[in-house]
Design a protein around this ligand. Structure first.
Ligand SMILES: [Zn+2]
Length: 100
């Protein structure tokens, strides 16, 4: 059986002056299928931020209805309430997978 998932890129955005954590604008992650990697050029990524992003990954790989908020909302805030960083989900190619 075949199914489809979008590749994702998750990128740190915002004004660094408002960051309370060690985020760097432009740093981020890539997601392809079940695998998450550091985006090229990213040396480290906050595990607190990662834990707040993970619940959205599987849904963002799949949402395809333009009226579904999971389709059109792109930014997730850092879980530190004193931090102004956000993480932007960008969609890449739609890939076909085979379920065995
Ligand atoms: Zn933060």
């Amino acid at each position: 059986m075949k199914y489809y998932l979008f590749n994702l890129e998750i990128e740190t955005i915002g004004d660094p002056k408002t960051f309370n954590c060690s985020h760097k604008v432009g740093d981020g992650l890539t997601v392809e299928g079940e695998n998450i990697s550091l985006k090229p050029g990213t040396k480290q990524f906050s595990h607190y931020a990662l834990s707040s992003l993970l619940p959205y990954v599987a849904a963002k790989q799949r949402a395809e209805q333009e009226t579904d908020w999971m389709f059109f909302e792109t930014d997730i805030a850092c879980p530190d309430p004193k931090c102004g960083a956000k993480f932007r989900f960008k969609r890449g190619a739609k890939k076909e997978y085979e379920y065995h």
